[in-house]
Design a protein around this ligand. Structure first.
Ligand code: NDP
Length: 331
């Protein structure tokens, strides 16, 4: 028997709540690989899956959330994995449509897993988690579209959150000048310690402007916020430069014009971590192991256990989590 955080729906109210329950491997949905989970984490999507209505993401109850996890293979019917292998999982709607990582054991499809890269522990892999993995994908997409440190400053929005913190640390380590946008001025020292060179108050960018183009300021942008802020940033990009659109913490609507695309050749690059092809996943995890300084990653981590998850889920939806939460499922 092992512990898992299980969400059960009350049929009368239609609302779900989570509690720690004892499960057996027979309770788990079928998979090719059984993983002894060591660590999981809390992403924005986890906040939705932990909420009473499941954020529109959870298909059926009872449900075990946790959109990512890292651990050790315990049993495998697939040739690619054998007991003792260290693995990491992000995406594929695990923790939403499939049972996830808030459990001491999980069954996965072999196609969903990535071998843990050399140089990373399972704890570090979850300090990175889906948020950090996606930040790496965003930086890679910007580089693939010509971003280099000599082009100028790179903007990171939602900087004190998970995606933003990891993006700031990677970009800083690669020698970029990083302008970190935050609505929490008290995180300024933290962001500078990660590698930010300038702090931009959220209010400076949160208002729409009637001018479709402003001064050419940013050579790149990792955007975790979307909404009015993304629209504003598009008009501030340098000629031919790109924005990697990662998130919607500030809203899904995009009140923008096409003028930055037409007159400045600005690119808007969509970043999806969920269905990302295997080869690019492996490439991103290798880059994380080499380009993300582990001391900076440690500085982002807030440790937690399974029993902390309901509260942390509510906190992340309110934008109150700083950096990355690492959930030790065995604590
Ligand atoms: P976090 O909550 O950790 O970070 C989001 C940050 O955005 C907050 O910390 C805050 O930063 C800022 N923010 C919150 N609300 C607002 C607002 N109303 N206006 C402006 N800024 C705001 O979440 P994650 O980093 O885990 O995820 C960030 C976004 O990326 C989410 O929308 C998530 O769904 C998305 N995402 C997308 C993925 C993909 O595959 N495309 C994968 C992973 C995440 P601060 O306090 O510094 O201002």
């Amino acid at each position: 028997m092992f512990n898992a955080l299980v969400m059960d729906k009350d049929e009368e109210s239609g609302l779900a709540t989570g509690s720690i329950k004892k499960l057996s491997v027979d309770d788990l949905p079928h998979g090719d690989v059984t993983v002894a989970v060591e660590y999981s984490t809390v992403n924005y999507k986890d906040g939705l899956c932990l909420s009473p209505k499941g954020g529109g993401l959870v298909r059926a109850y009872p449900h075990v959330p946790g959109i990512d996890y890292a651990g050790t293979v315990e049993a495998s019917s697939d040739d690619r994995y054998k007991p003792g292998d260290k693995v990491v999982l992000t995406g594929w709607r695990v923790g939403e449509a499939h049972w996830g990582g808030y459990s001491q054991k999980a069954n996965a499809r072999a196609d969903w897993l990535v071998p843990l890269p050399d140089g990373l522990t399972t704890r570090q892999a979850m300090a990175v988690g889906t948020a950090g993995f996606t930040a790496m994908l965003a930086v890679m997409a910007l580089e693939d579209h010509g971003l280099t440190p000599d082009r100028g400053p790179v903007l990171v929005t939602g900087a004190a959150g998970g995606v933003g913190s990891v993006a700031t640390a990677i970009l800083g380590n690669l020698g970029y000048e990083v302008a970190a946008v935050t609505g929490r001025p008290e995180t300024g020292d933290y962001l500078k310690s990660l590698g930010a060179t300038t702090i931009v108050p959220r209010d400076d960018l949160n208002e729409t402007t009637k001018r479709p183009l402003e001064s050419e300021t940013w050579a790149g942008c990792v955007d975790a916020v979307g909404g009015a802020m993304l629209a504003r940033v598009l008009g501030q990009m340098k000629y031919g430069c790109s924005v990697a659109a990662v998130g919607l913490a500030g809203g899904a609507a995009l009140p923008a014009t096409v003028i930055p695309f037409l007159l400045r050749g600005v690119n808007l690059l969509g970043i999806d971590s969920v269905m990302q092809p295997y080869d690019n996943r492996v490439r991103a995890w290798k880059r994380i192991a080499t380009d993300l300084p582990m001391d900076k990653l440690d500085a982002m981590v807030q440790p937690a256990g399974l029993s902390d998850l309901p509260q942390l889920g509510a906190d992340i939806l309110k934008g109150q989590v700083k950096g990355r939460v690492v959930v030790d499922v065995n604590a």
